[in-house]
Design a protein around this ligand. Structure first.
Ligand SMILES: *Cc1c(COP(=O)(O)O)cnc(C)c1O
Length: 395
């Protein structure tokens, strides 16, 4: 549309349900770690489409893979065998050591499918309760919302699913008193994204696995945000040396296109019979082609860079904390999934950072979330440091 920024903002409000708080930026195009708006401004992107664009915007390998695939075909349906689905499955399963994948379009849908697996497995064993944790985020569909406690996401939208208990994250006693032979499964984000980049504590994870041994239930790791090398490892849970039964992925998996997945261990590979679960677009060929290119660029060649730049960013964040002890209370997270806990509402800093031409977002009210593309350079981080310093001085 050849319209000026103000008219586009007005038309957005006219035509689109007002569910999103948008930044005052009308985008023209984006490239690498930069977004360019229609007024000619250049922004450093430390949000990456909410932890989606692992290789930044318009990576040449992704463009090439998408172009090749759309010339072959875009969509066929899951009646057909498709090489791109199979190739991507082989890659992610080889990398992860898991047994099988079910493709979805989104994170919510991956968690819906995982919930169905947990229920079906539980019903076969007369286990009726599913457990999740406060601060968790699993998506906006009914199953996913039923696993979440945040009231604003659920207001006047009930009833939600029965048989779900939401326990306080990192409360070992709650685990001990609530988990039982009746527990079918537990959903956990090892590093909560929307929950403020909060990590599962060592002892909590240990207790969860001890209880799993005692009672026999499934553990689902929601890696939708933290997965695919965002934290320096393929999955965040690998920092804890445990191995969940089911992993859900999405966001970064499709290289910028909509793609998610449910990974299961071999014990679960026959949980569904033919026709019991499905989706029209899940495993879309173009998304899978982009997903293959995405993984090929990241693994193994980008790993050294991810580790280097993660350490470098960490140094900057620690320095910022020392320089602004009253404003920055804590540095959280791992790899390139980081949070700054602030002594004030994070949205205020997000706005000041936009003035500095840096894109971030706020989560859990007082946490500034940083999920830059994995390809950010040392210069990008230096620029971020200067901008963040300026913004913190003004806030
Ligand atoms: C974003 C997110 C989801 C939901 O993914 P959608 O693709 O938006 O449905 C689920 N879990 C976590 C941890 C997420 O960050």
């Amino acid at each position: 549309m050849k319209l000026d920024t103000a008219s586009l903002v007005e038309l957005e409000q006219k035509y689109i349900l007002q569910t999103y708080k948008r930044y005052p930026i009308v985008v023209d195009y984006a490239q690498g770690s930069r977004i360019f708006d229609k007024n000619g401004n250049e922004y450093l992107d430390f949000l990456a489409g909410i932890a989606v664009n692992l290789l930044g915007h318009s990576h040449p390998k992704i463009i090439q893979a998408v172009e090749n695939q759309i010339r072959r075909y875009m969509h066929l349906s899951n009646y057909f065998y498709q090489d791109v689905q199979i190739e991507l499955a082989e890659k992610i399963l080889t990398l992860s050591g898991y047994s099988k994948i079910f493709y979805t379009n989104s994170g919510a849908e991956a968690n819906e499918g995982a919930l169905k697996i947990v229920r079906r497995w539980g019903n076969q064993r007369n286990k009726k309760t599913v457990v999740a944790f406060t601060g968790g985020f699993h998506g906006r569909t009914y199953g996913a919302l039923s696993l979440m406690d945040k009231p604003h996401y659920k207001e006047l939208m009930g009833p939600f699913l029965d048989g779900i208990k939401i326990l306080t994250f990192n409360d070992v006693d709650a685990l001990k008193s609530i988990l039982s032979h009746d527990t079918a499964g537990v959903f956990i984000e090892f590093i909560q994204g929307e929950g403020g980049i909060s990590e599962a504590q060592e002892q909590f994870v240990q207790e969860l696995w001890d209880l799993k041994k005692k009672y026999n239930f499934l553990i689902v790791a929601d890696e939708v945000q933290s997965g695919i090398f965002r934290t320096g490892k393929l999955f965040a849970f690998q920092h804890w040396d445990v191995s969940p039964d089911i992993i859900t992925i999405a966001k970064g998996f499709g290289g910028g296109l909509p793609l998610g997945g449910i990974l299961v261990k071999s014990e679960l590979e026959n949980i569904f019979e033919k026709g019991m679960h499905g989706t029209t677009f899940g495993g879309n060929a173009v998304s899978c082609a982009a997903g293959i290119a995405n993984l090929n660029v990241i693994y193994p060649d980008l790993l050294d860079h991810i580790n280097f730049i993660s350490d470098y960013l960490d140094g900057i964040l620690q320095r910022i904390k020392q320089e602004f002890p009253e404003k920055v209370l804590e540095v959280r997270g791992r790899g390139l999934m980081r949070g700054l806990v602030l002594s004030f509402e994070a949205i205020r800093l997000v706005e000041k950072l936009i003035d500095e031409r840096i894109i971030t977002n706020a989560t859990a009210k007082n946490v500034l979330r940083l999920v830059p593309p994995l390809i950010i350079s040392k210069d990008d981080v230096d620029l971020f440091y200067i901008g963040l310093k300026n913004a913190l001085q003004k806030v």
